[in-house]
Ligand binder design. Structure first.
Ligand SMILES: C[S@@+](CC[C@H](N)C(=O)[O-])C[C@H]1O[C@@H](n2cnc3c(N)ncnc32)[C@H](O)[C@@H]1O
Length: 197
């Protein structure tokens, strides 16, 4: 099944977003990685209904959220109003996003199953993050589940992410950890920081 806006709008059309498989109350790994990057202007791509943005706002980040799902953005805008900048967009298309210090992606890249989609993702990343900027990218790792939210995944290890981003990026840090979903399932993740040369 393709990963499209309707699929994701349906996924977010629930009474309780804390029961979504990727929900996490605390964002210790994401915040550890993000806070070690220079800069406060961040774009959270595939933000969903994440509460990571609550922590980022408390820490004085200038936060833009991007998602293909209008329903996800509606949930965030109900919570945060004008404290966030909102972009509805599909990372597999050519987007005009502006310039940021940090690109954060938790659990989006692994839904891009074909090479052209992944190439577009990198084009959007490189348009948004100039030399000296950072990409914090978190995906399901190769040793974990191969499906999420009814969709197939393209999972990663350090080498695969390094190869995808290419010669303009250097891997600064990679953390392996396990997300426990609301139903007790273990979901191994790889969370990384890349710096643009
Ligand atoms: C598994 S959820 C993760 C949400 C959030 N990052 C978190 O950690 O709670 C994946 C998110 O990516 C969004 N998404 C999926 N494909 C996308 C695409 N091609 N472009 C932009 N957003 C996309 C979905 O709408 C959803 O909000």
């Amino acid at each position: 099944m393709p990963s499209n806006a309707q699929h994701w709008n349906d996924a977010f059309n629930v009474a309780d977003t804390t029961q979504l498989g990727w929900y996490q109350k605390e964002h210790a790994v994401s915040m550890e990685l993000i806070s070690s990057c220079d800069g406060k202007k961040i774009i959270d791509v595939g933000a969903g209904a994440t509460t990571l943005v609550d922590t980022l706002l408390l820490d004085d980040y200038d936060v833009t959220v991007l998602d293909v799902s209008s329903e996800a953005l509606r949930i965030l805008s109900k919570r945060h109003g004008t404290n966030l900048q909102y972009v509805q967009g599909d990372l597999t298309e050519n987007l005009k996003l502006g310039i940021f210090d940090i690109w954060h992606d938790r659990a989006v890249l692994h839904f891009l199953l074909n090479e052209n989609e992944r190439k577009s993702y990198v084009v959007n990343l490189e348009a948004a993050i100039p030399s000296g900027g950072f990409a914090v990218i978190e995906t399901f790792s190769t040793d974990g589940e191969q499906m999420c939210c009814g969709l197939d995944l393209h999972t990663y290890d350090e080498g695969m992410l390094t190869e995808l981003l290419g010669a303009n990026w250097i891997l600064i840090e990679a953390i392996r950890h396990t997300h426990i979903n609301p139903f007790g399932g273990e979901r191994p993740y790889i969370s990384t920081i890349f710096k643009r040369l």
